[in-house]
Design a protein around this ligand. Structure first.
Ligand SMILES: C[S@@+](CC[C@H](N)C(=O)[O-])C[C@H]1O[C@@H](n2cnc3c(N)ncnc32)[C@H](O)[C@@H]1O
Length: 287
């Protein structure tokens, strides 16, 4: 990378913290490196993998780094394909277009800097199709379901291209988890531009309804913020407290710390490994 490339990279506002060959990182709002280190990954060596809703590409590059033979990354470039309330789309369409273009550009810059072979295509999760995209040994889907009006339909489309395992990393509603540990529940519009935030039992139910069986569920964890959180954004006391807690305490794997902070901030994350149930064959998905 030459100096101009490094400067251009650091001038962007990144969602992900991505390591670059010169030893620096993109200044992301989130730093998921420690989460990846803790995940119980399925075998990736030589695998054909898919990253759904890749954004800046952290997880796609991570899967490539962990030995995948091929990684396809998908995201939505046309804001009309995002599940947004009609009035938000009508009001913010130009800004949404710019933000989608910036997201694509960030992925491309990071991929070029890392000399990555990950292939990114514009595709909604709802349009995954085994006839067009093939099937995958490992599929990663991170923090996407909360942004979808129909998460079960999305999971069903993922099942349709899954010949191995799904690693679902998703935000969980910590209060619903505490109040209803074994009843599937979800909160509607837990935050602006989010549709559903389920409890852990709710995520398990969505997976089952989409044709998956759950193999394992990780301990709850907090995703740490990265250096980009505060850049250029005015922050209130709550956001500052959240940032402090997420950056300083997220490294703690103590369940009590995670659960308590989850209750204060309303959410934490969980990673669930699942595979399509016997009989749910890729070509059998019609939705
Ligand atoms: C919160 S970000 C999560 C990024 C990344 N997967 C992660 O775990 O850090 C959600 C991403 O999903 C993408 N997305 C939203 N709707 C989508 C859809 N219908 N199909 C595919 N990607 C979608 C967004 O553009 C955004 O990049």
């Amino acid at each position: 990378m030459n100096c101009a490339d490094v400067e251009a990279l650091h001038a962007e506002r990144w969602f992900h913290t991505i390591e670059l060959p010169d030893g620096s990182c993109t200044p992301g709002v989130f730093d998921m490196r420690s989460c990846s280190a803790r995940l119980d990954w399925p075998a990736l060596t030589g695998a054909r993998c898919l990253d759904v809703g890749t954004c800046d590409g952290f997880w796609a590059f991570e899967i490539e780094r962990r030995g995948a033979a091929e990684v396809l990354a998908i995201d939505v470039d046309d804001p009309w394909q995002l599940d947004l309330p009609q009035e938000v789309r009508d009001r913010d369409i130009e800004e949404l277009r710019r933000s989608a273009a910036r997201r694509k550009k960030r992925f491309e810059m990071a991929a070029a800097a890392r000399s990555s072979r990950v292939r990114r295509i514009a595709c909604s999760v709802y349009d995954l199709d085994p006839a067009m995209h093939g099937v995958f040994d490992v599929i990663f889907c991170g923090t996407l379901l909360i942004h979808l009006r129909d998460p079960v339909r999305a999971l069903r489309r993922i099942a349709g291209v899954c010949a191995g395992e799904l690693m679902l990393l998703e935000t969980v509603d910590a209060r619903l988890d505490l109040l209803h540990p074994s009843s599937p529940c979800a909160r509607l519009e837990p935050a602006p531009l989010q549709w559903w935030r389920a409890n852990t039992a709710g995520l398990h139910a969505m997976l089952r309804l989409a044709g998956f069986e759950v193999l394992s569920t990780s301990p709850r964890f907090l995703t740490p913020h990265g250096a980009g959180l505060s850049s250029g954004r005015p922050q209130g006391a709550r956001a500052r407290a959240s940032a402090w807690a997420r950056t300083r305490l997220a490294a703690s794997s103590a369940p009590l710390v995670t659960r308590s902070l989850g209750l204060v901030f309303g959410n934490y994350d969980v990673a669930i490994r699942a595979r399509p149930r016997a009989g749910v064959r890729p070509a059998a998905v019609v939705l």
